[in-house]
Ligand binder design. Structure first.
Ligand SMILES: [Zn+2]
Length: 284
């Protein structure tokens, strides 16, 4: 049995997710912000509020930051970086420089993709003082249909290799036959046992801004109540601009609600980095 299969079995067994924790067998709730607004004025105040809400309510969350947004709002990102340094509630990772697509049938060449990520990583190094090891995949509308996973085509395999070569150690769970909404995987079958896949789901552009399932609060509470007892990991994908500008949730009430209901329903909240650290301890 490969490690990936082991982790998958653990998930299907509705018990641990296989991140090597003896302390806890609880399912994980991972909250992230794809932090990509390039609206310098309208987004002001977001970082201050999210930091204060997370600390007040003890909510871990990860920030997958777009290189171009960091450049556009540099002083704000620098202040954020300063504020959160060393605080395990916060985890900063990458979301490409230009919101470039990976995993699409008609995506950009490997060379163009690599250059985009390299540019973003160097911005991260400058502003956050560290190189990201995680990437959340970007959704695009110009690259044709999504393939089924990194294992689907020669090009998509090369994309995973490219990310690994840049030092990326965690990216969305994107493998044919695996549920990217709930499963952690490793990429050993594609030659990268060092890489972890993390669940990604519940983009706020659909259920919050788009009100795709009616009232957002009612919807997410019912999802948590449904998945928690089944031991299924959950992921929430917020966007800084969607929450702050588009739906004007200036108290971040949805994040508070999710954290509270998740804990009541058996979830342990973690940053992506904490999940990766457990994954790595398990791998060695
Ligand atoms: Zn995005």
């Amino acid at each position: 049995m490969t490690r990936r299969q082991f982790m998958n079995t653990a998930v299907l067994g509705a018990a641990a997710i296989g991140l090597g924790s003896s302390r806890s067998e609880k399912p994980r709730m991972i909250i992230r912000f794809d932090t990509e607004s390039r609206q310098r004025e309208e987004i002001k105040g977001f970082f201050e509020k999210v930091v204060s809400v997370q600390r007040t309510h003890d909510i871990p969350a990860s920030f997958f930051c777009l290189g171009a947004a960091i450049v556009m709002r540099e002083s704000e990102f620098r202040a954020f970086s300063q504020e959160i340094r060393g605080d395990p509630l916060f985890d900063t990772q990458d979301h490409s420089y230009s919101h470039i697509g990976i995993g699409y049938s008609e995506g950009k060449s490997i060379e163009v993709l690599r250059a985009d990520y390299e540019e973003s990583f160097s911005v991260h190094e400058e502003v956050f003082g560290k190189r990201p090891i995680g990437v959340s995949l970007c959704g695009t509308s110009v690259d044709g249909p999504h393939v089924t996973g990194f294992d689907a085509t020669e090009k998509s395999r090369a994309e995973l290799d490219m990310l690994a070569g840049l030092g990326v150690r965690m990216v969305n769970t994107f493998l044919t036959g695996h549920n990217g909404a709930h499963e952690f995987v490793d990429y050993s079958d594609l030659g990268h046992p060092e890489m972890m896949g993390f669940p990604s789901a519940n983009s706020d552009n659909g259920w919050v801004r788009g009100r795709k399932f009616g009232d957002p609060a009612e919807h997410i509470v019912s999802e948590i109540k449904k998945n928690g007892p089944l031991g299924k990991n959950m992921a929430i994908m917020f966007h800084d601009d969607t929450e702050w500008i588009d739906v004007n949730d200036k108290e971040l009430d949805l994040m508070k609600l999710i954290a509270e209901v998740a804990r009541d329903n058996g979830y342990e909240l973690s940053t992506h980095l904490e999940c990766y650290e457990r994954f790595r301890r398990r791998m060695v």
